[in-house]
Design a protein around this ligand. Structure first.
Ligand SMILES: CC(C)(COP(=O)(O)OP(=O)(O)OC[C@H]1O[C@@H](n2cnc3c(N)ncnc32)[C@H](O)[C@@H]1OP(=O)(O)O)[C@@H](O)C(=O)NCCC(=O)NCCS
Length: 155
């Protein structure tokens, strides 16, 4: 039987699993920057949402988004490899967008690794457009592509 995902703010006890998922699915080939300690700090930060998706109690994906005055920035979003292409990433993104909309955020921005075709396709499918690039952004190992989605009328 297929059960729905439960998407909630992360608890302190989730920090290690989130950090390990980031290391293994996003930061591969780079230094491990999103350590348990950093994730924990983010989850305690009032201007940051650390969100987890679970099914039957198992953590299957997470996202971290930071809020500015008018714009928000997705720092990380990942789904366990075995759970991809079943809508979980879209569900996490929908949660972030809905929350940002309620908070009066007008645009969401992010960077993705230039070679991350899946991420570029995923965000493109959800209305993000490429708005620039940052050469060597990832420790001079890889360039970043910058993407943005405007939620309200342009200012
Ligand atoms: C990018 C990522 C979050 C997508 O999560 P997901 O749960 O697989 O996404 P969804 O099932 O909601 O996919 C929605 C749509 O995005 C696009 N998409 C997702 N993965 C894709 C892929 N590997 N290749 C091409 N398009 C893809 C498709 O249009 C897909 O719709 P479809 O399955 O009907 O074709 C996931 O691949 C992931 O965790 N990757 C590693 C971490 C990462 O790169 N994060 C983003 C940068 S921080």
């Amino acid at each position: 039987m297929i059960t729905a995902y439960e998407i909630t703010l992360a608890q302190a006890a989730d920090a290690r699993e989130i950090a390990e998922l980031s290391r293994d699915t996003i930061e591969q080939g780079l230094s491990w920057r999103w350590t348990e300690r950093r994730v924990l700090r983010a989850s305690r930060d009032e201007a940051t949402n650390v969100v987890v998706a679970r099914r039957d109690g198992v953590l299957l994906g997470f996202a971290i988004m930071q809020y500015g005055d008018d714009e928000a920035h997705i720092s990380l979003l990942a789904v366990r490899a075995s759970q991809r292409r079943s809508g979980l990433g879209s569900a996490l993104l929908a949660w972030l967008e809905a929350t940002a909309g309620v908070a009066g955020i007008r645009a969401i921005r992010l960077e993705a690794r230039a070679g991350n075709a899946a991420a570029k396709s995923f965000y493109g499918r959800h209305g993000f457009t490429e708005c620039g690039s940052s050469p060597g952004y990832y420790e001079d190992v890889e360039d970043a592509v910058r993407m943005v989605k405007r939620l309200g009328p342009a200012v």
